[in-house]
Design a protein around this ligand. Structure first.
Ligand SMILES: [Zn+2]
Length: 236
């Protein structure tokens, strides 16, 4: 019995490894997907920032061209001042020059505001690029590790399954059936430890006399509450 109990405990260990590895087979690809999404989002963000800067640069150049045009207009009108014949024409021309000068002032102001804005956005863009490069390296590294892990997992599972089969062959058919049934009904955990008189499967206190028996690991004892098989390990 003592031998069989120890074997059951070893089988449980192999089963836990199988469960853990199978879980990783699901979480690994999920994590890779998450990382790919993160990288894609970061790339899109910087791309958008770049487009906004380019649009504003275009607007700045457009306003600079307009500014030159207005300045030319003023020069032409100013030279015309000497050619006009009547006072009325002269006054009208002065008014036009005044309006053009106001437009120049407004354009110059707009250009300054745009340049400030572009400068700020370029700083943000540089920071985004830096962050993107950093995350890209980290993500590639993490993905490489997950992929390496994943590539060996089928092999790992096969190894633990073979180990499980080998151990199972030394367990009586009744106990084997009981163990498998327990695992099915108890989220994969059929063999549990007891700590300070508490079953670590269901966290219920067991009678003190039973606890003493459990610590001996001499026979197969089931938890009175959850029916799991006790295997005592002194964790202290
Ligand atoms: Zn229990």
């Amino acid at each position: 019995m003592e031998q069989e109990l120890r074997i059951l405990y070893e089988i449980q260990k192999a089963d836990l490894k199988i469960m853990e590895t199978e879980k990783k087979l699901i979480t690994g690809p999920k994590r890779i997907e998450e990382l790919n999404t993160e990288l894609k989002d970061l790339k899109e963000k910087t791309e958008k920032e770049k487009i906004v800067i380019e649009e504003l640069e275009k607007e700045r150049r457009r306003k600079e061209r307009e500014l030159e045009e207005e300045k030319d207009k003023i020069k032409k009108k100013e030279s015309k001042l000497f050619e006009v014949k009547t006072n009325k024409e002269y006054q009208a021309l002065l008014k036009e020059i005044e309006t053009a000068k106001e437009a120049v002032d407004k354009l110059e102001e707009d250009i300054i505001v745009l340049m400030d804005r572009i400068e700020d956005l370029k700083k943000d863009y540089q920071a985004s690029i830096k962050h993107l490069e950093k995350r890209k390296k980290e993500i590639e590294e993490e993905k490489k590790n997950i992929e390496l892990d994943l590539s060996t997992m089928d092999e790992e599972i096969a190894k633990f399954k073979a180990e499980r089969e080998r151990l199972m062959s030394s367990v009586s058919p009744e106990l084997r059936e009981r163990y498998n049934l327990l695992r099915e009904k108890r989220q994969g955990i059929a063999v549990v430890n007891v700590k300070n008189g508490v079953c670590l499967g269901c966290f219920v206190n067991i009678p003190p006399q039973l606890f003493i028996e459990v610590t001996k690991n001499k026979e197969i004892i089931f938890c009175p509450n959850c029916n799991r098989i006790f295997y005592y390990i002194d964790e202290n």
